[in-house]
Unconditional design. Structure first.
Length: 680
């Protein structure tokens, strides 16, 4: 090359950061060594270049560094990328390649050095029409051009959506009302997945890109906080629930089917129902209960005997085996009860409407009529599809008060309570194992946490005994007629000896020791003994609106009562049991961990309160780690003791550190004098 030759070059690592001049131009000054050249740019800066760094030589004229700016300005009017499309249309049909000089002639009808460079510039910048092959450029096919343009449009739209998304995020963070676009959803969902699953999340890239663009740390905690700051999530968002496979919404198809069943009820396959609407029926539940699936009553017979009636809601009146509602209930397998509300097994409109035993309305039910002998054993029973009309909707507190006052207008309630006591005594005689550990419910409403310790009251015992009685009747019926039902049983535990138990304080400590020995209950299609209930045959049937195995039992029993083939074979029943059991276990874990979170959050908000704690047992005695019961709350917590402790000791403790989100809590013991001051 001659001195004064104008060249285009790129430095190593040069990404053309100069937006006004994306190409580097310089004038050749002299050779350097055998291969290199020294060039001078318009700023007077010297560069040593290898020939490979030179991308184009403007031949035919000589220049000085001061001419570079004028040269650049002279070609600007010719740098119209759209002009290449015309040239491409002329060349594509014959697939004719072209060099910059030829392109200059096509575009500008002239081949001056500056216009040849302009043609080269257009060709090298082009992303659609031509591809370089050596010193020449070949026209791409029509299909290739169409695909490249499509890709470019997609990328342009992606960039536009990304910029719009960031603008909406910034507006949301500034407290403005934001109308999210459908294109934002994948990025928001990526943030949600990352916040929930952290490093195990799939497709984390959009979440990390968002966090980086906002200058936030690329951690799951940062993603969580961003969603909270955008008011898309609550500070107390239930991550345990989000990690689970539990669906929280019903599909439109399921909702439409539920509404259709309500507006146009299907024919009742049990049209010959027994009419029990003349009998009093008490539904007894917590005040917040909306799915009312059981009630109790009693009938005074002419022969002086009394027939207990346990009336169970009849959702199979509205659902058929294998239909969309049944399959959805099967998928959910249970209603999930959380402090913040419930996730129903059936659509709420159906579950709390025609399926429930609502006060004052004629309802369809599956009724279990039972006559007990003097000892409390079943003397006779019947199972009947029925029509009932709930007389009273009562809370447990209502029933306790009525029984305590001996309300004369409600002799039926006293009679039911009498048989419940007789029944409990009979089960104890059959080897039933009673464990009376304090239980509590946690409810959250408008961010207020209420923890209520449940009393071991007569009303709760009454309901429990009647439900267990219905379960025994269902189990007996299934066993007598060889029906495949989800029979529930429990292996006989190896309990501590009486001598060992007597060494422990009576009450929660002793019951805790017994509880540790109790094996988990099991479900089978054939009956087997339930050790803690003291029954040889037992099937849960009293919650068909909120427990799928109960619904399954209803399908089978009702089909047999009608003399029809059973909807589910033994093998299918076993498969259903296995399927729903794993889902039910997940629901139990979600309920347990969610209650744990809100229990810790309650303690965090009451960090200054001194609690009375009962030491239940050792967890790891060599580490001074034990299990304590906060008696005022019915909560069991692990605690590491700072001094020698005995099981059964009562301590005064307060929270030293708690982080509900990380599931961490630490307690410290408070001295008696400090405790008295705090409590007083």
């Amino acid at each position: 090359m001659e001195k004064g030759t104008l060249v285009e070059f790129r430095l190593q690592g040069d990404n053309s950061s100069d937006k006004l001049r994306p190409r580097r131009l310089a004038v050749v000054d002299r050779p350097e060594g055998k291969k290199h050249w020294v060039v001078i740019d318009e700023r007077g800066q010297h560069h040593v270049l290898h020939p490979r760094q030179i991308s184009y030589i403007v031949a035919g004229e000589t220049y000085k560094p001061k001419d570079i700016e004028g040269f650049w300005q002279s070609i600007q009017p010719y740098l119209d990328p759209s002009s290449l499309e015309v040239a491409w249309e002329l060349l594509v049909e014959d697939s004719e390649s072209v060099d910059p000089a030829g392109m200059a002639m096509l575009l500008f009808s002239e081949q001056s050095p500056s216009l040849c460079y302009a043609a080269y510039y257009l060709l090298s910048e082009d992303k659609f029409y031509f591809k370089q092959k050596g010193d020449r450029y070949e026209p791409r096919s029509m299909a290739q051009v169409a695909e490249l343009k499509h890709q470019s449009d997609v990328e342009a739209q992606r960039v536009q959506e990304w910029q719009g998304f960031l603008e909406r995020v910034q507006a949301g963070l500034a407290g403005e009302s934001v109308e999210w676009q459908s294109s934002d959803r994948p990025r928001l969902e990526a943030l949600e997945r990352y916040a929930v699953f952290a490093e195990e999340a799939n497709h984390r890239a959009p979440a990390l890109e968002t966090l980086t663009a906002l200058g936030r740390q690329d951690t799951a905690q940062s993603a969580f906080q961003l969603l909270v700051d955008l008011q898309l999530w609550s500070h107390h968002e239930n991550l345990v629930l989000r990690r689970s496979q539990i669906p929280t919404q019903f599909s439109n198809k399921v909702i439409e089917m539920a509404q259709g069943r309500i507006s146009s009820p299907p024919p009742d396959r049990d049209a010959n129902r027994i009419d029990l609407t003349h009998l009093k029926l008490y539904t007894i539940d917590d005040e917040s209960t909306r799915e009312i699936d059981d009630g109790v009553g009693i009938e005074f017979l002419e022969n002086g005997k009394q027939r207990l009636w346990i009336h169970i809601a009849d959702p199979t009146r509205w659902v058929s085996p294998g239909d969309e509602l049944d399959l959805e209930a099967r998928r959910r397998c249970t209603t999930v009860y959380l402090p913040t509300g419930m996730i129903p097994m059936f659509p709420t409109e159906l579950a709390t409407g025609p399926m429930s035993l609502n006060q004052g309305k004629v309802c369809t039910a599956l009724s279990f009529g039972v006559i007990l002998d003097e000892a409390g054993s079943i003397e006779a029973y019947e199972i009947r599809p029925s029509l009932v009309k709930p007389t009273y909707r009562l809370t447990y507190e209502d029933v306790d008060e009525m029984l305590e006052l001996g309300v004369q207008a409600e002799p039926e309630l006293e009679a039911i309570a009498f048989w419940a006591k007789r029944r409990s005594a009979w089960r104890q005689a059959q080897g039933a194992i009673s464990i009376h550990m304090p239980e509590s419910t946690i409810k959250v409403c408008d961010d207020e946490i209420v923890i209520e310790v449940l009393d071991d009251s007569l009303s709760r015992m009454l309901v429990a005994e009647m439900m267990i009685l219905a379960g025994e009747v269902a189990g007996r019926y299934g066993e007598a007629h060889n029906i495949a039902l989800p029979f529930r049983g429990q292996p006989q535990p190896e309990l501590p000896s009486d001598e060992e138990l007597l060494q422990l304080p009576a009450g929660p400590v002793r019951d805790c020791a017994i509880r540790r020995c109790m094996p988990r209950s099991e479900i089978s299609t054939t009956p087997f003994r339930h050790a803690s209930l003291g029954l040889d045959s037992y099937t849960q049937v009293t919650s068909p609106i909120r427990r799928y195995t109960d619904l399954l039992a209803h399908f089978q029993i009702k089909a047999h009562l009608r003399g029809e083939p059973l909807p589910f074979s033994t093998n299918t029943t076993q498969e259903l049991i296995q399927s729903v059991s794993s889902t039910a276990y997940e629901a139990i874990l979600v309920e347990r961990q969610t209650n744990r979170y809100w229990g810790l959050e309650y303690l965090r908000r009451h960090a200054d309160v001194v609690w009375q704690a009962l030491v239940l047992r050792w967890l790891r005695e060599h580490e001074n780690l034990g299990l304590v019961l906060l008696e005022d709350l019915g909560l069991e917590m692990a605690m590491r003791f700072a001094r020698p402790i005995e099981v059964g000791d009562r301590l005064h403790i307060k929270v030293a550190y708690v982080d509900p989100r990380q599931d961490i809590i630490q307690f410290t013991e408070v001295t008696p004098s400090t405790a008295e001051m705090a409590i007083g």
